[in-house]
Design a protein around this ligand. Structure first.
Ligand SMILES: Cc1cc2nc3c(=O)[nH]c(=O)nc-3n(C[C@H](O)[C@H](O)[C@H](O)COP(=O)(O)O)c2cc1C
Length: 339
């Protein structure tokens, strides 16, 4: 039976390249993510059956509702990739028109497609016709600073038979600078029939709960907030803010390490792969500033210079040093390898 992702899920783990891998998505699913998106896969390489790219459209058996995300500008590659993702068991296909990276944009994919929305229907039709599962589109609000094509693209997606739209309220030019434009997201949500899933700057369960009270959005996708505190999904589900101790965060890391070794293997190759992913994930996990130490929840866009860790383990967690991250990973059960 085909799942109805946009009717059954309102809280999504957003797509996050190089860190939102299967072990991480398993962890956030345990914390309550109702649906999870895979890392962006380049449609051309999926169509060519490149092993590394195929791994990106594979679901973890623990995921509840899984969306495979594809990127590109060539209708033939996109339709082949979408079909393969459907065959691999994805519950929906998400078409990335938001990626700001030069390597993607210069090949006609990602956010560049927002520059001339009138050209979108051809690719949207190709994807829609390729699969029978639901399809969504992920956009930013435009390409250049000042652009706002969100409503126009939402209408094109709806007309092409797309089932939902994910909107990150920034332009490609803005990258991650400045506040996310939730007014645009809300305006599209009020003026389109397909579900709108809003994303941007949701750092704590309280941010989502607050938004949900007044929002026209059907759902919310969380990216950095979940990379920094994977337990954000439990906060949303229970309505209670959480502030795990350094020891509890180490217990969480033990799980992530064990899921990673389970996924990639415990041989030398698997351990190295795990280490590479986990070190990237540590770059986010170590950004959590405990609410109890700071005295308030830290907004995503704010950086605190100084705060006082309350014990040695909390100090280790607060470090931005790779050697400290390695130490934490080894404490969490990652076998030692030659660097
Ligand atoms: C490390 C990282 C990788 C990302 N990779 C992707 C990606 O592959 N596909 C995508 O649609 N968005 C990607 N994004 C964007 C997020 O999904 C999200 O739209 C954006 O970060 C805003 O949400 P946030 O404020 O919750 O982080 C990425 C973001 C980060 C921080």
């Amino acid at each position: 039976m085909t799942k109805q992702p946009f009717a059954n899920a309102t809280i999504f783990m957003g797509s996050v390249t190089t860190v939102g891998n299967r072990p991480f998505r398993r962890l956030v699913t345990e914390y309550g993510a109702e649906a999870t998106l895979g890392e962006m896969a380049i449609a051309k390489y999926v169509a060519q059956k490149k092993k590394q790219e195929l791994a990106l459209i594979r679901r973890d058996p623990h995921e509840k509702i899984f969306g495979a995300q594809i990127v590109g500008g060539n209708p033939e590659h996109l339709s082949k990739a979408a079909r393969m993702a459907e065959e691999f068991g994805a519950d929906f296909i998400d078409f990335n028109c938001a990626c700001p990276h030069q390597s993607v944009v210069s090949h006609g994919g990602g956010a560049i497609l927002l520059r001339r929305p009138q050209n979108l229907p051809m690719v949207l039709d190709a994807i829609r016709q390729a699969v029978s599962i639901p399809v969504s589109i992920k956009i930013r609000k435009g390409f250049e600073e000042g652009d706002n094509v969100a409503q126009q693209v939402a209408e094109l997606a709806q007309n092409a038979g797309f089932n939902a739209i994910f909107i990150h309220g920034r332009t490609k030019a803005a990258q991650y600078r400045g506040p996310c434009d939730w007014e645009t997201i809300e305006s599209v949500a009020r003026n389109i029939d397909i579900p709108v899933i809003g994303c941007g700057d949701l750092a704590h369960g309280s941010d989502v709960i607050e938004k949900r009270k007044s929002s026209a959005c059907s759902g919310f996708a969380i990216a950095r907030g979940a990379l920094i505190k994977p337990w954000i999904f439990e906060e949303i589900a229970t309505g209670q803010p959480l502030d795990p101790t350094a020891e509890q965060r180490l217990d969480m890391l033990k799980k992530l390490v064990s899921y990673s070794l389970e996924t990639f293997g415990s041989d030398d190759f698997g351990v190295r792969r795990s280490r590479d992913f986990l070190l990237r994930q540590m770059g986010f996990l170590c950004r959590y500033v405990p609410t109890g130490a700071l005295g308030r929840e830290l907004p995503l866009q704010e950086r605190v210079g100084e705060w006082s860790p309350r014990n040695a383990l909390e100090s280790l967690w607060a470090s931005a040093d790779k050697n400290d991250h390695m130490q934490l990973l080894e404490m969490a059960g990652l076998p030692k390898t030659e660097q």
